[in-house]
Design a protein around this ligand. Structure first.
Ligand code: G4P
Length: 207
């Protein structure tokens, strides 16, 4: 069933509950490390779900002063743009490149992907993040935190502030969430997966 229909039949129930249900119904456990969610987040995207994701991040970060959303291509763009739409601020997505000749009008950070076992350079044009900006980082997945730390380093290179980090699905058995919090960032994950053992998704207790 497409998310739109399910979403509308829940009355007074938690919409996040429905996001978890979507993970249970459509997520494919590829190994005890990797959850495939290409039917609503990583390939086909569910716009109604993304709209609610944007609303939920906006609700959670309502107390923060924010004037930019920063994400990373490609799967961060959908939750990022829907959050930026709700906040009515611009969204920037960092671009990934294998390697590039350094130029002085871009911020560059190296990000290693344990999942893909490759290093990408991520770049953002300097003109889009200014000193004093307060930036909300949004991403689809949090595993080891490499992407989120790379984005945070770009914000800090710019002399701007990371106002928070919003994640759609955190794999809580990997260290990214803990490391980001230890580094002082406020992290809000909509769904926290505790384990992917025996082909089954188990959520963390607080969910
Ligand atoms: P990290 O940034 O938290 O350290 O994660 P890692 O390097 O391990 O992840 C690299 C890529 O794999 C990222 O996407 C990340 O979102 C994705 N990823 C990590 N674990 C999972 C998982 O269990 N399931 C799915 N579906 N994705 C996962 P990316 O390479 O930037 O891909 P895309 O945004 O272009 O789609």
């Amino acid at each position: 069933m497409y998310f739109t229909e399910e979403w509308n039949v829940i009355k007074g129930g938690s919409k996040l509950q429905l996001l978890k249900q979507k993970v249970l119904d459509e997520g494919i456990v590829l190994s005890n490390q990797v959850l495939k969610v290409d039917s609503f987040l990583n390939h086909q995207m569910d716009p109604v779900l993304m709209k609610e994701v944007g609303r939920e991040f906006t609700r959670r970060f309502a107390g923060e002063e924010l004037n930019r959303v920063l994400t990373i291509e490609s799967s961060g763009i959908a939750p990022g743009i829907m959050t930026a739409l709700e906040l009515e601020v611009p969204m920037i997505f960092a671009r990934k490149q294998k390697s590039l000749t350094l130029r002085d009008d871009i911020f560059v950070e190296k990000v290693y992907s344990f999942t893909k076992q490759e290093t990408n350079e991520i770049t953002v044009a300097k003109k889009f993040i200014q000193p004093g900006d307060r930036v909300l980082i949004i991403d689809d997945f949090l595993a080891n935190g490499e992407a989120a730390f790379g984005l945070a380093r770009i914000v800090e290179q710019a002399g701007a502030t990371v106002a928070g980090i919003g994640i759609v699905i955190e794999k809580a058995f990997q260290p990214g969430g803990r490391l980001l919090k230890e580094a002082g960032y406020r992290v809000e994950s909509l769904v926290r997966v505790a384990a992917l053992d025996d082909g089954k998704v188990t959520f963390a207790d607080q969910d």
